[in-house]
Write a new protein. Structure first.
Length: 307
């Protein structure tokens, strides 16, 4: 099926004419006359290209038809003169100089584009085309060619480059298949296979894990999530606290008798005014002190007189 041509891209005119020629060769009897070829080509024109021929088609007077109506070669001249690139040879040279094989692409695309442009330029001998083709190859392909030697002819160079590129894609597909069948090992097994100790990573991340667990009350060494961080100026409260993370009844009485803060153990302020505690913690300590004060009236004398 022939693609339409609307003249928006003049570079596509050459492709359009090739498709028309293929249709003519495929059905020789159907296009034995030039007028039939012209009618076929006109039926696939769109936009400005069709508008150009519209006055001669609609306002034609018998006996005064344009010369291209019965001569396909003159029709091509009319079409290319008005809708082909202004300097097709210059455009082809510019594209050929800037053409290069893209990383990750197949070499066949590069060879087709190179050959198509090489046929449109004039004055380039095989040696120049051979040099341009080799320089625009990927570095990995040129390295392989350097190991075996560069062929002197362009055709042989293309064949060698195609073989190297085919081996590359075959190897890449095998690696992809192996990756699907054998999933990658975990980070710990990677370290053990590479000779590194998997415990280094756990030790390195222990700081962040311990700090996060302390904030959530999951550190087994810290009985209460509300306790402040260790400070050399603060007394050690680990031996005078119960399993619930609160001061024992004896210690509460001791702090109350000596006017000590129930939160930090320092004097001069109460737990509700302690700058080290939050409002929720201060309320809890105040409530605990009140409950301890009520229970002291019922405690044995030996508990009250304890230091």
């Amino acid at each position: 099926m022939t693609d339409t041509f609307n003249s928006t891209d003049p570079k596509k005119l050459h492709e359009f004419l090739i498709q028309c020629e293929l249709n003519f060769h495929d059905r020789l009897q159907a296009f034995c006359l030039d007028s039939w070829k012209v009618s076929f080509a006109l039926s696939f024109l769109k936009g400005i290209a069709l508008t150009w021929f519209e006055p001669d088609l609609l306002n034609a007077i018998p006996g005064t038809e344009p010369a291209w109506a019965d001569d396909y070669s003159k029709f091509i001249i009319e079409l290319t003169t008005n809708f082909s690139p202004h300097d097709p040879v210059g455009d082809a040279k510019h594209q050929l100089v800037n053409l290069s094989m893209k990383d990750g692409s197949c070499i066949n695309k590069y060879i087709v584009e190179f050959n198509c442009l090489a046929t449109q330029v004039c004055g380039y001998r095989e040696g120049a085309l051979h040099h341009m083709f080799y320089n625009r190859l990927l570095d990995c392909i040129k390295d392989k060619i350097a190991h075996v030697g560069k062929p002197p002819h362009l055709v042989d160079l293309c064949t060698m480059a195609q073989g190297i590129n085919a081996c590359y894609w075959e190897c890449k597909s095998e690696i992809a298949c192996q990756a699907k069948t054998n999933p990658l090992p975990s980070s710990s097994s990677k370290q053990s296979l590479s000779g590194g100790s998997p415990f280094r990573q756990s030790n390195a991340s222990s700081g962040t894990s311990s700090s996060s667990s302390t904030g959530k009350g999951k550190n087994p060494q810290c009985p209460s999530s509300s306790m402040p961080k260790s400070d050399s100026s603060m007394p050690d409260l680990s031996g005078i606290m119960g399993k619930d993370g609160k001061l024992t009844a004896t210690e509460c009485l001791h702090h109350m008798k000596n006017s000590l803060c129930l939160f930090c153990g320092l004097s001069g302020h109460l737990a509700k005014d302690c700058h080290r505690s939050t409002s929720c913690t201060a309320k809890a300590c105040t409530a605990q002190a009140a409950s301890i004060a009520v229970s002291t009236a019922e405690m044995p004398a030996k508990v009250k007189n304890s230091p």
